[in-house]
Ligand binder design. Structure first.
Ligand code: PHE
Length: 494
């Protein structure tokens, strides 16, 4: 019988309301169907809600191999007794089944062990007219254990003629969508069915929402972007606000002067900075006396500082590609007003006129941050930076003193690079100089902790990329993009 026929049999059997199939296996056997096929048919009807099943574990008694033998032919003891040799038997020559039989005969005093001959001998005049074991097994088959007396039940169990077995019994009853006959099952609704209006005469295959599907050829985040979104989440979780970073072209005023970087500083040279040809100059200088305050601070100082003591020129009007995101922080501080304490971060591109090699590109990303408040110290700065790197899985960072024109004190941050087997610089930090804060209009008792971290270096460590040029443009390995989940620094390194 096939599955379809089994389905029909099941539906027919439940035709009278309230009827049930008490045991699906017995039902299969009764109709000469394979249990497997029947159970598939029931499953399929169940998935269409035409039937419902309840499974129940039942304990049943079945015959052992020995019990089966006694039932089909005759018991081992009956057979042994009837062909018992007159000269007796040597126990050692017997099979296991025969030894069982012999023991039984001994227990019934039909056979005894003769010490003189060392053999088992038939007892004088003993007879065995009936095969009671065979008779018991016949009764057992007709009505299971209940067909036997209490003593017999104990006997067949003790002699291991029958044994206990648990079986899963599946009961089948009508389901909410029961019908005497089945509608054909189809996978989809078609235009044709709608046109003919016969869409309700079919069953639709249920959708398998948990099926494992082929991987869709979807887009994946570039490793840098994965790392960037993780960094963003970390800063947001620490209560930081994101600064707007869309201004790739910046004026020297914001990129350098506002940070109290002297105009003769070598980093303003053509070497490091891309100057804009068009428009070469900032069109409108910021109002509100900011330019004057910057000029004043650079030339003469103030607030306890003696300034840089040079003639400040309108150098600040020159447009450049921003060399760091600290320019954004300067703009933020200038418009901060009384809105502190506050914490800010940004992650975006900066541009430098570098000689391109395995670790340098003309554009890269910086993770910028600052904490503004009163009573802030270097310890707060170190604690904040440590906490950030802990969160990306880097537990072994260290600080070295360094120089920055706009921070004092300044600290470089380094971490161990397992690939290079040495410590590498991953960031720079410090406390903004009072000259910078004063010229941007912040009060004397406010400190600003600040840092700039590399985005590329940790990403390269994470993904085992040794050449920065393999992370940008056509040399990027697409497989790496598709198959690498976000990793934590220091946790997985290869
Ligand atoms: N602007 C620095 C750089 O480009 C990083 C930095 C930011 C250092 C803030 C100190 C404070 O490397």
């Amino acid at each position: 019988l096939g599955e379809d026929q089994c389905c029909d049999l099941v539906l027919q059997a439940l035709k009278v309301p309230g009827t049930e199939i008490a045991d699906s296996n017995a039902f299969a056997a009764q109709h000469g169907a394979a249990t497997e096929v029947m159970s598939n048919a029931i499953k399929s009807l169940g998935s269409q809600d035409m039937v419902m099943t309840q499974s129940q574990a039942v304990i049943e008694w079945v015959m052992t191999e020995e019990g089966e033998g006694s039932f089909k032919h005759e018991s081992a003891e009956f057979s042994l007794f009837n062909r018992f040799p007159a000269e007796g038997l040597e126990e050692a020559t017997l099979s296991e089944l025969e030894r069982h039989a012999l023991n039984y005969l001994k227990s019934q005093r039909l056979v005894t062990f003769n010490k003189a001959t060392k053999r088992c001998m038939k007892v004088e005049g003993a007879t065995m007219e009936r095969d009671t074991t065979h008779e018991m097994m016949v009764r057992f088959v007709r009505g299971s254990l209940e067909a036997l007396s209490k003593d017999e039940q104990k006997d067949v169990q003790k002699r291991k003629l029958v044994e206990k077995r648990t079986r899963k019994l599946i009961k089948v009853v009508r389901g909410p969508a029961y019908a005497e006959t089945r509608k054909p099952t189809v996978p989809f609704l078609t235009k044709d069915m709608l046109a003919k209006g016969n869409w309700d005469q079919v069953n639709f295959k249920p959708l398998k929402l948990d099926a494992i599907s082929a991987h869709p050829p979807a887009g994946h985040l570039h490793p840098l972007m994965q790392y960037k979104s993780m960094v963003r989440r970390i800063f947001i979780s620490l209560g930081f606000q994101e600064m707007p970073t869309s201004r790739f072209v910046e004026s020297s005023l914001w990129n350098f002067d506002a940070l109290y970087q002297p105009q003769a500083h070598p980093c303003r040279d053509m070497q490091d900075t891309f100057f804009m040809k068009d428009p070469a100059l900032m069109v409108t200088m910021p109002a509100g006396g900011l330019v004057e305050k910057i000029k004043q601070m650079h030339e003469q100082g103030g607030n306890g500082s003696i300034g840089w003591r040079y003639h400040w020129k309108e150098e600040g009007r020159k447009n450049i590609m921003r060399t760091h995101t600290t320019a954004i922080s300067a703009r933020m501080l200038a418009q901060l007003g009384q809105n502190y304490p506050a914490k800010f971060f940004s992650i975006d591109r900066v541009f430098r006129n570098e000689t391109l090699d395995a670790t340098h590109l003309a554009e890269f990303h910086q993770i910028e941050g600052m904490v503004i408040g009163k009573g802030l110290t270097l310890t707060h700065l170190m604690g904040t930076i440590r906490q950030f790197f802990e969160k990306i899985g880097m537990h072994d960072i260290s600080f070295q003193p360094t120089y920055n024109p706009y921070t004092e004190p300044s600290m470089e941050i380094s971490a161990f690079h397992p690939g290079l087997n040495r410590r590498v610089e991953i960031g720079n930090s410090g406390i903004f100089r009072p000259e910078m804060l004063t010229q941007l209009g912040l009060p004397n008792d406010v400190q600003v902790l600040a840092w700039g971290f590399s985005l590329e270096r940790p990403t390269m460590i994470l993904y085992g990329i040794s050449n920065i040029r393999e992370m940008f443009g056509p040399r990027m390995d697409l497989d790496l993009i598709e198959n690498h989940p976000l990793r934590l620094l220091g946790v997985h390194t290869n």
